[in-house]
Unconditional design. Sequence first.
Length: 641
Amino acid sequence: MSYPYQIKSADEYKAAYKKSVDNPEEFWAEIAENFLWRKKWDKVLEWNFKEPKIEWFKNAKLNITENCIDRHLKEHGDEPAIIWEPNNPEERTRTVTYKRLHKRVCQFAQVLKNNGVKKGDRVCIYMGMVPELAYAVLGCARIGAIHSVIFGGFSAQSIADRLEDAKAEYIVTCDGAYRGGKDIPLKSIIDDALIGNKTVKKVIVYTRTRTAVSMLKGRDIWWEDEMDFAETQLEKNGSIDFPAEEMDAEDPLFILYTSGSTGKPKGVVHTIAGYMVWTTYTFVNVFQYQPGQVYFCTADIGWITGHSYIVYGPLCAGATSMMFEGVPTWPDAGRFWDITDKYKVNILYTAPTAIRSLMSYGTAPLQNKDLSSLKVLGTVGEPINEEAWHWYDENIGKKKCPIVDTWWQTETAGILISNLAGVTPAKPTFATLPLPGVQPALMDEKGNELEGNNVSGNLCIKFPWPGILRTTYGDHERCKQTYFSSYENYYFTGDGCLRDAEGNYRITGRVDDVLNVSGHRIGTAEVENAINMHAGVVESAVVGFPHDIKGQGIYAYVIFNGKHGDEEQRRQDILQTVSRIIGPIAKPDKIQFVNGLPKTRSGKIMRRILRKIAEGEMQNLGDTTTLLDPGVVEEIKSGKL
Ligand code: PRX
């Protein structure tokens, strides 16, 4: 593979950026020439942010898996596409070449076909980080089904809601998943999620942990049996190839649920061609990937980072992408460095929360680990603090590896603002400059765009890039309201941001009621809904507070009138409830019982005050005169945890 669109110098970046703004259609048409199309587009871009309606590479036909796999087979078929490192370092690792990946994806597409899956059907995937997860995702894409991957940390209730929203008819899961010392019973959670479900027809179960599972006749089937049968079928046809379905550029590729300001997660929809071009272009440019390099993104495929930068982007670029089943601190805090040493990893892409967590163990876990293969480091998911940035730079990169601080979102498909490794300069805690095609705008409180440098405001984007979300599944109005209504003709990100004297961007965090806990997005309203489900809870209010490792922690103020248990038991009951309703990832770090919440006369909770108290700021709480009962503030202050 060569990448004619790889930017090699700061001047080339400037030229590319300028062209992407002056002549976006020509710019993206040239880049799109580097992909495999069944039929080229009639028009590169048609859009308006009013409806919104955004179409890239209009009327083009393609299949993304031919771009991720087939086109690499002839010259690079024996090169590793995926290297899989199991949770337990004693267990055998697996290297999946492009040829092997092709075979497995074809087999799985055949399995889907055998079970009645058709183009446009929704397939929910709830698996641990095993290569079969990648086969399942790509198998869906090959047959034209829409995948909806759900992270293994979500509860049965969360899965049930997502299944219903997507009207999913098929599920692919595992008996269980290993994560550090834990064995998570995925199939059993799916069984709970399916109580009362009316749409799911088949559940395909891959064996990973040999946990006992109930297999319902007529509904549940084993991955292994199905794959064997599909192999025989394909071989009988004289070829292991499963012909890829011809898809339209704007057909949906997947749904991925993410939290917002309301209680209900929304299904972000990405479509095929724009997503493919955007993830590949950004992968090649931000990380400056060179053919043959080993690239390790530590994310989980349950989140957008795994979709875009473990599976689609790297594979489209013909890269070698690592998949890690475990966690950074098990069996010890040297795990990432063992993996880096063992596979001679060249590019490492992780989250600030992981860096801060590893930092807390000091440098002992780095002893005798050869990290000299590393060339580029990356971070994603939340603002990185100065201390963590320097620790990463000094101890991991040995001050020789550029660090790319990549800002983006589930909705953006791929990286929008970042330096390009070794090409444009890094600046600690700054995502720095927009990628070609990205036109950021900072807005003031009145909704006017702030011109010039040294300004801060709400971050919007004023022109579509190929990876922008197209809709929220089953509810286009919600997409419009959430992203395109705050500022007319702008996409609103929900983030606050500043632009320094040189035009570098620094993301300062969410400006809506969304928390970022360990790089995971969680809506405060969602957590409140879950807490309020507990029989003894009258009302609750959830805010974020600074947390040394997680970035943000969850602080819940709860009015409780139940009779059972002492305070600690009640806390545990509430945690258990949140775990059941959303999943362990949304459990509050602190629960303070209160007699009242600070409300305005119209009944609105004044979160600003609660946020300040949770942050430990007791003095300058701002104007409290509009409160119905200012006395509750004193009580809350005195009970702060
Ligand atoms: O607040 C921003 C933060 O994460 C949010 C997006 O979360 P999610 O859709 O889950 O995607 C995470 C992986 C892309 C953003 O609105 N965020 C993401 N990257 C950064 C960041 N904040 C600061 N710096 C970043 N590099």
